[in-house]
Design a protein around this ligand. Structure first.
Ligand SMILES: Nc1ncnc2c1ncn2[C@@H]1O[C@H](COP(=O)(O)OP(=O)(O)OP(=O)(O)O)[C@@H](O)[C@H]1O
Length: 246
């Protein structure tokens, strides 16, 4: 069970029709993320983190290789619907501004044929928001509160895996720890796999069991968080030094 990535590759055509060239963005990437595990993906800007994220979500197809969630290929919508969720950095635009909190949380449930509005109450409680927020609109909430609504949406269908793409980066530092603690608790409760894409090494070290270091679309190294000081490759050492902000 969990997520299994096997030899995934992705290229894009770049340039004009006069000088067309192929950019290999993801090259032969393989890894696993077990149920209940949090795998961090770190790498410089442009190393391919978000592209890899889209391949994991099944919204883009790899040119080679495959992504299996509980043994099923995520390019099949049926395999991923309700079983794979995502929380993005840009939480404000993740929720339609004309939807109430209740409607926003019901969206993924309705897509998976679950129409029981009572589940919204339980989800709001789980993410630490009062039930009175059901009729509020996103613009009436703080950034941290909107991100909690996004998390409630993400867990609503009890997925096997959630991808967090810089999900806490634009929150206040004081709010970040609360959200990370909430995510840890939910991961344990539902035994989910987490993929945690971030630039924030401290948050990754706090949240993740292992870190995958991506360089030019390739896995440079995978390291357990408690072994971070002993990374092998010179690139990983350099990257970790630049990411340490304290
Ligand atoms: N749809 C696309 N078409 C063409 N090129 C793309 C596409 N998506 C990504 N790329 C290119 O792939 C490379 C990797 O981009 P990606 O956004 O995956 O990197 P990243 O590691 O997430 O960067 P950042 O940390 O800055 O968000 C970039 O050079 C980008 O221009």
């Amino acid at each position: 069970m969990g997520l299994r990535v096997e030899g995934v590759e992705k290229s894009y055509e770049a340039g004009s029709w006069l000088s067309r060239n192929t950019q290999h963005v993801i090259l032969n990437v393989s890894f696993t993320c077990e149920s209940g595990e949090c795998l961090g993906i770190i790498g410089e800007s442009g190393s391919g983190k978000s592209t890899l994220g889209r391949l994991l979500l099944g919204v883009e197809k790899p040119d080679q290789g495959r992504v299996l969630l509980n043994g099923e290929n995520v390019v099949n919508r049926r395999a991923r619907l309700g079983k794979m969720s995502v929380v993005f950095q840009d939480y404000r635009s993740s929720i339609h501004p004309f939807l109430t909190v209740e409607q926003a949380i019901m969206e993924p449930l309705t897509l998976t044929n679950q129409h029981d509005k009572k589940k919204v109450d339980s989800l709001l409680t789980q993410v630490g928001l009062p039930l009175s927020y059901k009729q509020k609109y996103p613009h009436e909430l703080s950034g941290g509160e909107v991100q909690r609504v996004c998390i409630a949406r993400a867990i609503s269908t009890e997925p096997s895996c959630i991808l967090f793409d810089e999900a806490i980066s634009s929150l206040d530092v004081s709010i970040q720890v609360h959200i990370l603690d909430l995510l840890k608790e939910l991961k344990t409760r539902y035994n989910m796999s987490y993929i945690f894409i971030t630039h924030d090494l401290q948050a990754a070290a706090y949240m993740c069991d292992r870190l995958l270091i991506l360089k030019d679309g390739q896995v440079e190294e995978t390291v357990a968080v408690e072994e971070l000081r002993h990374v092998q490759s010179p690139y990983a050492k350099k990257l970790l030094n630049t990411l340490i902000t304290f």
